[in-house]
Design a protein around this ligand. Structure first.
Ligand code: ADP
Ligand code: MG
Length: 311
């Protein structure tokens, strides 16, 4: 007798599939209840309306089952659009944008004022109103709020108000997470004199994950993950140790925007985060697939003490 012949004729195939998927996902879901997951949201998942909606739904679902989520976001295409609209001339040095005071004003207004609130509102739009209490209600913050992040100028300061993380104090996040709120953090933070700096959002996510001893750090991007050949999506590296990740940077296989991602995974893992994932924001539900299935979709970097079955 085949299993289909055992199927109740009143239950549709779609419904029975849905229930079997749910029961398979349940052990994973239970494993994450009350755990902390830091998600860097950016790239294609942020630029495209349909993908934006899909990511918000995944985040809302994770929050509704009790995962403690912290979202960190970058600027997407909006910063450049506003710089052009305000006719602020781009200034490049060694191929990198120099963030002067006028540019930083726009970065801060767009990131903290507009993009942050679009994400908060987007999360609320998809939130199931039957969700208990405040679960999944988002609270927008930047590095200034509650003294969360202190910045210092990157390198020799020749790129202007581009910063790196000098210190993190996640104290302000604790009561929010304990109550069930979802902090949404834009990657702008003040230096010692209160001057706003723009920091790479991957870096902020990694430092926050480390400071909060998160279970996982997840970076959404525009590629399948770390590729051995960045032009060949089939060369995806599914799993990496810390040392293998370091080697990929040293060999130049990881380059460009993938470098801060890989570096922040390494730093987070070295400081006790369970696992770090670089996943494809263009794939609908890549976040759920990565957290709730064994195979996952992207690249998982694991620390020396991580266990594979906790993936
Ligand atoms: P995001 O907007 O998500 O931060 P970035 O453009 O900063 O994305 O970083 C991702 C980019 O890194 C990829 O689109 C790719 O061009 C580049 N890259 C460099 N090396 C690799 C690699 N080994 N695997 C995948 N992508 C790589
Ligand atoms: Mg980047």
């Amino acid at each position: 007798m085949t299993s289909t012949s055992l199927r109740d004729p009143h239950v549709s195939q779609a419904d029975s599939l849905r229930v079997s998927v749910l029961s398979e996902a349940l052990p994973y879901i239970q494993r994450f209840v009350g755990r902390r997951v830091v998600v860097k949201y950016g790239g294609a998942a942020m630029a495209q309306e349909d993908l934006r909606e899909a990511v918000f739904r995944d985040l809302a679902l994770l929050a509704s089952v009790g995962v403690q989520l912290v979202i960190v976001h970058g600027g997407g295409p909006e910063i450049n659009q506003w710089l052009m609209r305000l006719q602020i001339e781009p200034n490049f040095r060694d191929g990198l944008r120099v963030t002067d005071a006028a540019t930083m004003d726009v970065v801060e207004m767009v990131l903290v004022g507009r993009v942050n609130k679009q994400i908060v509102n987007g999360l609320h739009r998809v939130r199931d109103r039957r969700t208990l209490g405040v679960r999944g209600l988002a609270v927008g913050l930047c590095g200034s709020d509650g003294g969360l992040i202190k910045a210092r100028s990157l390198g020799d300061g020749s790129h202007g108000l581009v910063g790196e993380v000098a210190s993190v104090d996640p104290g302000v996040l604790e009561p929010l997470l304990a109550a069930g709120y979802m902090p949404v953090i834009s990657s702008v933070a003040p230096d010692g004199e209160g001057r706003a700096h723009n920091i790479n959002a991957d870096t902020v996510a990694g430092e926050l994950a480390a400071a909060m001893q998160a279970e996982k750090l997840v970076l959404l991007t525009d590629t399948a993950g770390i590729l051995r050949d960045r032009h060949d999506p089939s060369s995806l590296i599914r799993q990496l140790s810390l040392n293998q990740a370091r080697q990929l940077i040293a060999e130049g296989i990881v380059d460009g925007g993938m470098t801060p991602k890989t570096e922040c995974c390494i730093r987070a893992l070295a400081q006790g985060v369970g696992a770090a994932h670089i996943i494809d924001g263009r794939v609908p539900h890549s976040l759920l697939l990565e957290l709730f299935t064994n195979a996952g979709t992207g690249t998982m970097v694991i620390g020396a003490t991580s266990q594979l079955q906790t993936a």
